[in-house]
Design a protein around this ligand. Structure first.
Ligand code: GDP
Length: 592
């Protein structure tokens, strides 16, 4: 979209907030203009091209239809994951589908209570006994439209899905307790939602409490670029009390408004694809899995591949436990019949035959093997190579520091560095040690974790290893900025690690005219390799370090000598060898 003089390019439909931003006018002003033209709309609602054209004309702009460059948007990674999942579908066949909502927020702010409140007020009403089973997702109806809720709150589940390439949720409802305000996990949740490019709305919970302070929370949200709509911003903030079941209707209506502003679509007749929400092994029933259909329509006897599990479905039930024959987009279902337990976040698809299923599963297992062998996803050392290969355009960072006082200057310094050719994006900056959640976010967003005067928890380190996430710890700010700067300029030396090849003991020393003094050694462990590096120890003192320039076995040149064998070893320009000395042979490798 560009604003060429008085001409302005507009898409076929545009959200009021974005339109206001384009013409640099206040959204309130715009809404008023719309009202005088007989159009009632809120800041998050969209208007079509014609309506937008009339309004912008009042400000002196001439609207022209936007030329869409879909491909470049996808290249920039600006397309939500679910859209990428259905990229092959014919645009004309796409139909609106219910929004899928996940609830994130700080511990004890009321995520579970809110999910319970929505479920009990909206679903159970009129249904004797309500829902007897919990399958990890449920649906409610509002104004004749469905909304799907993921019933596993918290960003661990959300990010785990994203790390596997799935995007379960279309909208994030951020729960913030009105008496407690924005807390570390609130900020973390915002970082996760932003990294996933999922719109955020806020449920301001616990407003029933005497010490609730909604204005303070709004202020805090505004500081985090979530400016509340009643303050002229674009983030919907709905006051609720999960405990007293107040505000639930408003919240659901708000969700529908947000859903309208982001166009959530699928092709109900297209390729059947979706995400595994949860799965377990039941002793009596076999594998039970909850699937969220995201495109196409799943049918009761379909053959499904989910991660590396597959099988012909034996039964599909809805979230209330009622058997159903078909499930369209955004429907959560419980299924039986898979061969194995898939992981939450695995993508599933329907295939034509069990044979085809087996082929796909075998391929996936092979890919998983190679992936784990080449596990590094992104490291600072690789950054520049990735940029040159066109695989990265910016460096994503997660910054953890010991205290706020050091976090702020670090973030400032880093932001300055990101003004060059390669952008630098700080996904999350917080005080405290590096934990699992940081690693999951890094893994899902191909980010690097920078720690300043903090440690990485043991679990986090293990997970980083597994996921191939680069954690870099610093104690001096300029060392950190220096490293990042060098990486951005492609000047960072590759990280090197030393690998010990073997050890040997010197049994006797003799003189050979060609090499000077030669050590007659026995290899006690591993191997000695010609051309590798060696260190010579006398007791605990290291008396020489250099190249192993000559290696012979019974007067023949040898490439390597293994444990138990004897050999002659010579060093270039070093002769002070004694029997009893110990040799350690090693090589230096680029890591990653
Ligand atoms: P979660 O950790 O975010 O899932 O939070 P919970 O839903 O477990 O709620 C934490 C605590 O806050 C529980 O003791 C709830 O009873 C209480 N709580 C949740 N919502 C409200 C509310 O709207 N008002 C009040 N007064 N308490 C609430």
């Amino acid at each position: 979209m560009s604003n060429n003089g008085h001409k302005i390019e507009l898409p076929s439909s545009i959200v009021i907030r974005d339109l206001a931003q384009m013409i640099e006018k206040s959204p309130i002003d715009l809404i008023k203009k719309l009202m005088t033209n007989g159009v009632m709309a809120t800041i998050n609602q969209s208007v079509d091209f014609d309506t937008a054209a009339i309004v912008v004309a009042e400000y002196g702009f001439e609207a022209v239809p936007e030329v869409i460059e879909e491909a470049s948007k996808e290249e920039a990674g600006e397309v939500p994951l679910w859209r990428q999942m259905i990229a092959g579908e014919d645009g004309a066949q796409l139909k609106p589908r219910p929004p899928v909502v996940t609830i994130l927020g700080h511990v004890d702010h009321g995520k579970t209570s809110l999910l319970d409140a929505i479920r009990s007020t909206e679903v159970a009403a009129g249904e004797a006994g309500g829902i007897t089973q919990h399958i990890g997702a449920y649906q409610v109806e509002k104004k004749g439209r469905l909304i799907t809720f993921l019933d596993t709150p918290g960003h661990a589940a959300f990010t785990q899905m994203r790390a596997r390439g799935a995007q379960g949720a279309d909208i994030v409802v951020l729960v913030v307790a009105a008496d407690d305000g924005v807390m570390p996990q609130t900020r973390e949740a915002i970082a996760h939602a932003k990294a996933a490019r999922v719109p955020i709305m806020v449920a301001l919970n616990k407003i029933d409490k005497a010490n609730a302070n909604p204005d303070r929370v709004k202020q805090q949200l505004a500081e985090l670029e979530l400016v509340p709509d009643d303050w002229g911003g674009s983030t919907m903030v709905v006051p609720v009390s999960a405990k007293q079941k107040q505000g639930i209707d408003d919240l659901l209506e708000g969700i529908l408004l947000v859903a309208d502003s982001v166009e959530i679509k699928a092709n109900p007749n297209g390729k059947v694809i979706g995400t595994v929400i949860e799965a377990e092994l039941d002793k009596a029933k076999g594998v039970l899995a909850t699937l969220l259909v995201q495109n196409g329509t799943l049918e009761a006897s379909d053959i499904v591949v989910a991660g590396t599990a597959y099988g012909k479905l034996r039964a599909i039930t809805d979230f209330k436990g009622k058997p159903i024959k078909k499930a369209g987009p955004s429907t959560p279902v419980a299924v039986m019949g898979l061969s194995d337990v898939p992981s939450a976040g695995d993508i599933f698809q329907v295939v034509g035959s069990e044979k085809e299923a087996r082929i796909i599963v075998n391929e996936r297992m092979e890919t998983a093997k190679t992936l784990s062998q080449t596990k590094k996803k992104v490291s600072l050392e690789d950054l520049f190579a990735n940029v040159q290969a066109g695989e990265a355009k910016e460096l994503n960072l997660i910054v953890k520091a010991d205290v706020q006082g050091s976090l702020d200057p670090i973030v400032n310094e880093l932001n300055k560095l990101g003004e060059g050719e390669i952008g630098l994006k700080i996904l999350h900056a917080e005080t405290g040690n590096i934990g699992n959640n940081d690693v999951m976010l890094a893994s899902a967003s191909k980010a690097i974790i920078i720690g300043f005067n903090v440690q990485a928890d043991v679990d986090a380190r293990r997970m980083a290893e597994k996921e191939g996430v680069d954690i870099r710890l610093y104690e001096i700010i300029y060392r950190m900025t220096e490293d990042i700067e060098k990486a951005l300029n492609g000047m960072l030396e590759p990280k090197v690690v030393e690998k010990t090849l073997g050890r040997a003991t010197v049994l006797q020393v003799f003189t050979a005219s060609k090499f000077g003094r030669v050590a007659g050694c026995k290899v006690t462990d591993g191997e000695l390799r010609r051309g590798a590096r060696v260190r010579l120890f006398r007791g605990t003192d290291m008396i020489y370090e250099g190249d192993l320039s000559s290696l012979r076995h019974e007067k023949e040149d040898a490439k390597e000598i293994r444990t138990g064998f004897e050999c002659g070893v010579g060093f270039k320009s070093f002769n002070d060898i004694q029997s009893g000395d110990q040799l350690v042979c090693y090589i230096v490798e680029k890591s990653g």
